[in-house]
Design a protein around this ligand. Structure first.
Ligand code: ZN
Length: 278
């Protein structure tokens, strides 16, 4: 199943458009996305039977983040072997975790105003939690995932590395967390642990990798995070970026107003972010 945020309403994506969840369930689920994640198990039990509801066309500009108001948003640094190499970092023994503050989230076809500084791209597989997770074993971890989507962990490198390391601030400007175009449940994917992902600037591919290059895969990340804290329904995990970021290039390269950043993941889809002047 694919679940979209269409103008703030939970919408099941089918061929030709979307089915409004609140209308199709007589108000039992939705329209608000967070309420759907709060009863994800109950929703999944009825969602697959809703495929025959009224289908309305989906306009790209109406799509918002699949999880628009998570309590927690996690980011993972240095989680691809080739990205560790390009940054000169050692492979970490445990996931290098930071937060992106939830106000940075935006939709998959949004315009993002570039702040002053050096704004870099980071395409990432993004996990949305569907069932509360505490001390979850790797074997059980996928059972706590609602689904997967695409994210860009946009990063202003000046602030990120100011005063030691300010990852959370440098990655939380408004619009620095485009996600979408929709949530895809893991059962839709042949192997959710091995997906091609990449991004391009004005058509020039700058990142091109597979999630199987991760240091800590999705089950391990959920096990590690939930060994420390509670993961809640709707929580969002940016699982780290592969190699090809701008700061590791010679010379370094950053995003400019007027450019379009397209991001894709196999089996999920594509999103396009338009970068504009502040
Ligand atoms: Zn990142």
């Amino acid at each position: 199943m694919k679940l979209a945020n269409l103008d703030g309403r939970a919408t099941i994506v089918v061929d030709g458009g979307g089915i409004d969840v609140a209308t199709a369930t007589g108000g039992r689920f939705g329209p608000d996305l967070p309420a759907v994640y709060d009863d994800w198990t109950g929703f999944r039990a009825v969602a697959d039977a809703l495929g025959s509801g009224t289908v309305a066309p989906i306009e790209e500009h109406e799509l918002g983040p699949p999880s628009p108001r998570p309590v927690q948003v996690f980011g993972i640094g240095i989680n691809y072997k080739a990205h560790a190499e390009e940054t000169g970092a050692d492979l970490p023994a445990r996931p290098a975790t930071f937060t992106k503050f939830p106000t940075c989230l935006t939709g998959p076809f949004a315009e993002v105003a570039l702040p002053e500084g050096m704004v870099d791209w980071e395409v990432e597989l993004v996990v949305v939690i569907g069932r509360r997770a505490e001390r979850v074993a790797e074997d059980d971890a996928w059972n706590h995932v609602a689904g997967l989507t695409i994210g860009q962990d946009l990063s202003e490198r000046g602030l990120q590395f100011a005063a030691g390391a300010q990852f959370s601030l440098g990655k939380s400007h408004p619009g620095f967390g485009p996600t979408g175009p929709w949530l895809v449940t893991p059962d839709e994917l042949d192997d959710p642990n091995d997906l091609a992902l990449g991004c391009a600037i004005d058509g020039e591919t700058v990142q091109d990798a597979r999630t199987s290059d991760m240091v800590f895969d999705v089950p391990r990340l959920i096990a590690e995070l939930s060994s420390v804290l509670s993961l809640l329904p709707g929580d969002v995990i940016f699982t780290g970026t592969p190699s090809g970021v701008g700061i590791s290039r010679q010379p370094p390269r950053f995003l400019q107003p007027g450019q379009e950043l397209e991001s894709w993941i196999e089996g999920i889809g594509r999103m396009r972010t338009r970068l504009v002047a502040p």
